[in-house]
Ligand binder design. Structure first.
Ligand SMILES: Cc1ncc(COP(=O)(O)O)c(C=O)c1O
Length: 400
């Protein structure tokens, strides 16, 4: 793959295919991105079909397209279709693998400061159940996971590394492949949360070397809400039994016997949102069509531009960490609550989120930060939106 940016013509087409850009400056792509038309049309068409001919019948009719969703996901991540599962969100996907992992009492799990809130809550619950030792590996001076520290921690023994690739609360892109290299060297099981990175940066599970990868549809992949996915490699499939089973995950083979299916779909439920699954497939195909590399290079350039413009304002401080940075830009305006800034932006049809300390307790309080404003850009955003956004922030300072 070569690094190419999107041309002006492509950008015009991408924006025309994203009707939401006419309504809002959407800098909340790390929350839920604006979907392109094809995602909405695919999802709605299936719902209509369910209404017209019946839900089971519509699923049967769409069987080939439903199975193609796994092929699309596999292509996106360099995996095999049978290694992919479609699950309702990134948290449940991560849970299915981590809660199903055969921990032994006293096992050590290594994680980083960027770990996602729900994953940490899960690890803390598992800590109680299995007397796990959850070790937080420090950041290096650039703010990414410290690879030397990680190496030392791995040398002391660990059952699992659970790492977030791109955190919910900042521009950091953790060095996932370097972590994978270390995990391989120490033969340690590696779970990567790619919820924010999927669709934002190119991901090849074999290059990264993770055993498990979890993600969501609605963020940088621009899919429908309530969709997510899980990749599990062969070692993960050998090792992990899902914490719950049903008639889709297992077969009831005799009165008192069952057999768990041997592919990643053992982590799915029987009942699922078929329209959402097809919409997710459409989103993945769209991302592959646009080109993740090209989209990534554009959105990262836009985020860099936004960071430097915000940095140039008096009383605004950008707080993103890391050597490599992505599309999430976090900042504070001196003397203004994050919610007041969000409100001011909303009055001007600009969407952002707030990252509160309670969503990043291993990170924000350690940097003395109670909450940050999160402006997350996508490739379909444009320079004029950045201009309007920065002017609104500048005005909100004046109006203080
Ligand atoms: C890094 C990260 N991991 C996991 C999640 C959870 O994703 P979901 O809401 O799809 O469960 C999020 C959501 O913001 C996230 O940012």
């Amino acid at each position: 793959m070569t690094t190419t940016d999107l041309s002006a013509e492509q950008l015009t087409k991408l924006r025309a295919e994203t009707p939401g850009v006419d309504n809002v400056v959407h800098f909340n792509n790390a929350g839920s991105a604006l979907p392109p038309n094809v995602v909405v049309e695919t999802t709605v068409a299936h719902l209509r079909r369910e209404a017209d001919i019946g839900g089971y019948e519509a699923a049967a009719e769409a069987a080939d397209r439903l199975s193609a969703v796994y092929e699309s996901l596999a292509r996106l991540f360099g995996a095999r279709p049978e290694q992919m599962a479609v699950i309702e969100n990134a948290t449940r996907a991560w849970d299915m693998a981590v809660y199903g992992y055969p921990f032994q009492p006293g096992d050590r799990v290594l994680t980083g400061r960027a770990e996602y809130v729900s994953n940490v809550i899960g690890l803390l619950q598992l800590q109680k159940r299995f007397d796990l030792e959850v070790v937080v590996v420090e950041d290096d001076e650039a703010g990414q996971i410290d690879l030397l520290e990680l190496e030392r921690a791995l040398a002391n023994g660990a059952a699992m590394v659970a790492l977030t690739h791109v955190p919910t609360n900042g521009g950091l892109i953790n060095p996932a492949a370097e972590v994978g290299e270390l995990c391989r060297r120490f033969d340690t099981f590696y779970v990567l949360d790619a919820c924010q990175s999927a669709g934002q940066v190119p991901i090849d599970v074999n290059e990264i070397g993770c055993d498990v990868l979890s993600g969501t549809g609605r963020k940088y992949l621009r899919g429908p809400r309530g969709t997510g996915f899980l990749y599990t490699n062969d070692r993960a499939l050998e090792r992990i039994e899902p914490p719950f089973l049903d008639l889709h995950a297992a077969e009831w083979t005799d009165e008192r016997e069952y057999v768990i299916r041997d592919d990643a779909r053992r982590f799915e439920n029987w009942e699922t949102n078929y329209a959402g699954k097809l919409g997710l497939g459409a989103a993945v195909d769209y991302a592959l069509d646009v080109g993740v590399e090209a989209g990534s290079s554009r959105l990262r350039a836009l985020a860099d531009e936004l960071r430097s413009r915000l940095d140039g304002l008096d009383n605004v401080t950008v707080h993103d960490k890391g050597r490599n940075r992505g599309g999430i830009v976090t900042f504070k305006v001196d003397g203004l609550d994050a919610s007041a800034v969000q409100q001011r932006l909303a009055e001007n049809n600009m969407n952002v989120s707030i990252s509160p300390a309670g969503h990043a307790r291993l990170d924000l309080p350690h940097r003395g930060l109670p909450a940050l404003i999160r402006a997350s850009v996508h490739y379909y955003n444009d320079e004029s939106e950045i201009e309007r956004f920065v002017s609104t922030i500048a005005d909100s300072q004046l109006a203080r």
